[in-house]
Design a protein around this ligand. Sequence first.
Ligand code: 13P
Length: 251
Amino acid sequence: MQRKKLIAGNWKMNGLLSDSKKLAQEIATAVKSAKPSCDVLVCPPFVLLTTIKKALRGSKVMLGAQDCSMFEKGAHTGDVSPYQLKDAGCDFVILGHSERRADHKESSALVKAKAEAALNAGLKVIICVGETLAERESGKALEVVEKQVKASLANGANASNTVIAYEPVWAIGTGKTATPQDAEEVHAHIRNVLVQKCSKAIASRMKILYGGSMKPSNAAELLKEPDIDGGLIGGASLKSEDFLEIIRKAN
Ligand code: 13P
């Protein structure tokens, strides 16, 4: 099954107006002229969304947020509704990132509720899963990831509205990357879990991204694995030349 690759930048809590606008413009301009065969997405912090939306205008680069509320509206101080994200021009929202699971004690059940709210609002979701170093060292990586996938996906998840990102926690921001073989083992396992949880047709079409210290020097070998359908990139998505180089490697 040929799946179109997706290269997504998770800017996390980085950037101020002027440098972020410049970054987005550089990406948009390069994507407009290079017309890569992969899809491209950037996910800035909430307050930058509308500015970045404008900066991306006229290009095919998509816009995403990094989290959303499970509620539509109301008395939820500090939270952002998926309907507000859709209204701001977002195509995607990242949910269940390990930093949110750790910093905000987000459970897979909460991630699932958020995913359902986001799908109802007309957004696509990227559901993040991944094991810690202790879990990997005790041989539990596949089991942990399987549990997270089963418990975090929305009812109604399909290949057009849901993307999974496998992000081993020990590889995020550490410079340590999973070997292509280790990553592929987990990706292939996730695809088998999707066969059981959804269907064979959905499992064969759903994109599974790798995230965790992906950079120009290791992107090509990761992206050539059969079940790695793109990348969710943190640090290297903050420099246009690095991000654009990864996009080139995905072609
Ligand atoms: P790094 O690419 O900085 O390791 O971050 C990965 C990540 O967490 C993307 O969501």
